[in-house]
Design a protein around this ligand. Sequence first.
Ligand SMILES: [Zn+2]
Length: 80
Amino acid sequence: MARPDAERAAGSRARPRGILTAMPRYVCATCAAQFPDSPAPPEHCPICTDERQYVPEDGQRWTTFEDLAKTHRNELRADS
Ligand SMILES: [Zn+2]
């Protein structure tokens, strides 16, 4: 069966479906800013520590794409 060009071009570099990278991509749970893949979350979020934003009273929290995918999904729908 023929595969789409984009998938064929990725070749052996293609990652298994559902796994973005070996390292998590951390996302700030407050402002949703995304950070480069890393083995541990950044020390702080530069968006939330800016004086125009805020860090929650209970402190900085992080999530990952993998954790978000357990409870969230993207859905495309045609306008009605
Ligand atoms: Zn943030």
